[in-house]
Design a protein around this ligand. Structure first.
Ligand code: NAP
Length: 252
């Protein structure tokens, strides 16, 4: 029960890493505020939680300030405090730079970076009043290692690390911690399009080449890292980026 009665907002909770983290946080006694733009996904996450778990579901687009303010208002009305925020919602459009639409670039930055800024701006006032909190932002191993066609995604995930460090420094004295996780390959719907584009054999070979463990991480393996950063066990850790990448960033 490492998060007993802690109020935790999780964005992107309708799928993948966000959903896996919601399940693990629930096992550790958290009161959940689940956020996603995909209502069906949110409802499915809620439905799979054990009976008795406190889980408020709020449909919201993290790139819209009014939506984020509504999430925070709902959380505070229901629970009166917010202890943890897992800023995890993200998108990964890719394609040749020369054909990459300006609008798609703006969308990647709005969801992957501005969404985190908006959430931090909305929750930090409550964290200041209550005397602390923990914010975890999902970056990626692709913040520093990349491949052709991922300019927008890579730039956005590098920005997440910069944002994380800046917030950590600004609010360290106020007991508000801010850390990033950098997953490598994780088994989630985000990678399904690659399965369709490349086929199973080629995708497996690519993962083996890039991630020395030779397999994708599970959402639960990522969730345990988020749990550590969310819990008081990591009270000395802020401004850091934790790699959950099966040694991808260590390999040549
Ligand atoms: P996922 O299964 O696609 O889940 C992401 C969820 O976020 C989806 O439900 C998605 O809804 C939602 N979302 C997207 N844009 C949103 C918005 N503007 N407002 C609210 N919700 C929004 O992907 P995942 O793999 O769990 O990814 C979670 C995070 O991990 C992302 O930040 C991703 O970049 C990062 N990451 C993933 C991997 C990996 O290998 N899977 C590796 C490194 C980092 P829609 O379905 O409607 O888009």
């Amino acid at each position: 029960m490492r998060l007993q009665d802690k109020v935790c907002i999780i964005t992107g909770a309708g799928s993948g890493i966000g959903r896996g983290t919601a399940f693990l946080f629930a096992e550790h006694g958290a009161k959940l505020v689940l956020v996603d733009r995909d209502l069906d996904g949110l409802t499915a996450t809620q439905a799979q939680l054990p009976a008795g778990v406190s889980a408020l579901a709020v449909r919201a687009d993290v790139s819209k300030a009014a939506d984020i303010e509504r999430v925070v208002e709902n959380a505070l009305r229901e629970h009166g405090r917010i202890d943890v925020v897992f800023n995890n919602a993200g998108i990964m459009p890719h394609g040749d730079l020369l054909d990459f639409a300006e609008q798609t670039w703006d969308e990647v930055m709005a969801v992957n970076v501005k969404g985190m800024f908006l959430m931090c701006k909305a929750v930090i006032p409550a964290m200041l009043v209550q005397g602390g909190g923990s914010i975890i932002n999902t970056s990626s191993v692709m913040a520093t290692l990349t491949e052709p066609g991922y300019e927008a995604y890579t730039a956005s995930k590098a920005a997440v690390i910069g944002l994380t460090k800046a917030i950590a420094v600004s609010y360290a004295e106020k007991n508000i911690r801010c850390n990033a996780i950098c997953p490598g390959w994780v088994d989630t719907p985000m990678n399904l399009h690659l399965l369709e584009e490349m086929g199973e054999e080629q995708l497996k070979a690519l993962i083996k080449r890039q991630q020395p463990t030779g397999r994708m991480a599970t959402t639960r393996e990522v969730a345990y890292c988020v749990l550590f950063l969310a819990s008081d066990e990591s009270s000395g850790v802020t401004g850091s980026a934790l790699y959950v990448d099966g040694a991808a960033s260590a390999a040549i």
